[in-house]
Design a protein around this ligand. Structure first.
Ligand code: ZN
Length: 431
């Protein structure tokens, strides 16, 4: 199959009269469109972009959207997250995942990290999320959470030994899966004990997978880590042997200068979630400083009830605007830079060959409608995609070479049916 858009964003810049040949889920060749070949998929009036990568999300949280939007983090966690997540059985978890995946695909997200912690001391719920991803058609990185803080609901919690064994079993079960990867994810310095974090680091090391962990999201965490462990969160992870090239630190808002340098020196990466940080009033991650220190980064939405949108194009815009207002510099984080973070940057930290339209990469692609008003005037298309584009301009999406959104409609599942099921499940939910 060849895709023939009006133009495509390649590493060399925008190209016209281009054809992207796709075989076995990968881009086989990027060449000229002429002469036409039988089976060419013509995309007149469309520009083709690499698909976006959501480096951090909690899919079931989409079902909680709207419930605790004006609460602070502790209020949201204790009155919304904990009690309402207890209401979800396996079908509810799978429905929440499918709902979130569907919204993400419609917004041009082709890979989603689901940092998943409703484990019920097994991998069965995680498998239900994996099945939902396959049904909707999105590429999934399931960051299988390891959680043992006794203040959290029982269904989140496991012993370090059980959690490590189950993460290894899930990795083994999906090692040859073309569209699913399993990573290790001790929850955070406040949700996972030192033993649990070390168990996660050991799994990541021996199974050669990334290690996701929330760190220094709110100011309270630094105070608590200092009180309980006598040091700051990033130094604490380093002391546990959990800060290295496989580490993906989520948020990393409250770091001092030495911690920024330490993350760079250890080769750690960042999943940056600007909308979530703003929504919860957490603060502003010092992204340019982290990048200058050598920290690789991708963008995440975080859960659907702490954002409350699920679009990486949106996070590109927010990342740039938030840093501009912090630095009082309208030139900070230009469009090309944040676009890179939301595509190849995210793919790279997840160790995926995605995020660029070039031969050998995964065929995860997004087409946008050049006729949409939000992309006009067409003087600088990439800047418009980042700063102006409406989600309605996303017309088509391919994941692993399969068209999963066509002319704004999901091809594998009925969005109407999904929404009806979500409405039925949440009908009586009130704070
Ligand atoms: Zn999170």
């Amino acid at each position: 199959m060849r895709l023939v858009p009006e133009r495509a964003l390649t590493p060399e810049g925008w190209r016209r009269d281009v054809a992207i040949a796709v075989t076995d889920g990968r881009i086989a060749h990027v060449g000229v469109a002429q002469p036409r070949q039988p089976g060419d998929v013509m995309l007149p009036g469309r520009a083709l972009l690499p698909g976006t990568v959501n480096a951090h999300c909690h899919t079931f949280q989409s079902l909680l959207r709207g419930l605790g939007d004006d609460l602070d983090f502790a209020g949201w966690r204790d009155r919304v997250l904990y009690p309402f997540s207890e209401r979800l059985d396996r079908d509810g978890i799978a429905l929440g995942a499918a709902f979130a995946f569907a919204e993400m695909l419609r917004h041009g997200v082709t890979t989603c990290v689901d940092f998943f912690y409703l484990n019920d001391a097994s991998n069965d719920n995680a498998e239900a999320v994996i099945a939902a991803a396959r049904a909707v058609g999105i590429r999934l990185v399931l960051a299988r959470t390891m959680y043992d803080w006794e203040g959290a609901p029982k269904r989140y919690r496991e012993s370090p030994a059980d959690a490590a064994r189950r993460v290894r079993e899930l990795i083994a079960a999906h090692r040859h899966d073309a569209t699913v990867d399993i990573h290790a994810a001790p929850h955070s310095p406040h949700g996972a004990s030192a033993t649990m974090i070390q168990a996660g680091a050991d799994v990541a090391q021996t199974e050669r997978v990334p290690l996701h962990i929330h760190v220094a999201e709110g100011r309270y965490e630094g105070e608590r880590t200092r009180r309980e462990h006598g040091t700051t969160p990033v130094r604490y992870l380093d002391r546990l042997g959990a800060l290295g090239p496989r580490t993906i630190a989520v948020h990393a808002v409250w770091l001092d200068d030495e911690e920024i340098a330490l993350m760079g020196a250890r080769g750690a990466a960042l999943a940056y979630c600007p909308s979530s940080n703003m929504f919860l009033g957490d603060g502003v991650t010092r992204l340019p400083e982290l990048r200058r220190a050598g920290v690789r980064a991708g963008l995440g939405t975080d859960g659907g009830c702490t954002n409350n949108r699920l679009s990486i194009f949106e996070e590109m815009r927010m990342a740039s605007l938030l840093q501009r207002v912090r630095l009082l510099d309208g030139g900070a984080l230009p469009a090309t830079e944040v676009f890179g973070l939301g595509t190849e940057g995210g793919a790279a930290i997840l160790e995926l060959d995605a995020g660029r339209i070039e031969a050998g990469r995964l065929a995860d692609l997004v087409a946008v409608d050049l006729g949409h008003a939000s992309l006009h005037p067409p003087t600088n298309l990439l800047a418009n995609v980042v700063f102006a584009m409406s989600p309605q301009a996303v017309s088509d999406v391919w994941v692993h070479g399969e068209r999963v959104v066509e002319s704004g409609r999901l091809t594998r599942v009925s969005e109407g049916e999904l929404l009806a099921r979500v409405a039925a499940l949440t009908r009586d939910w009130r704070l």
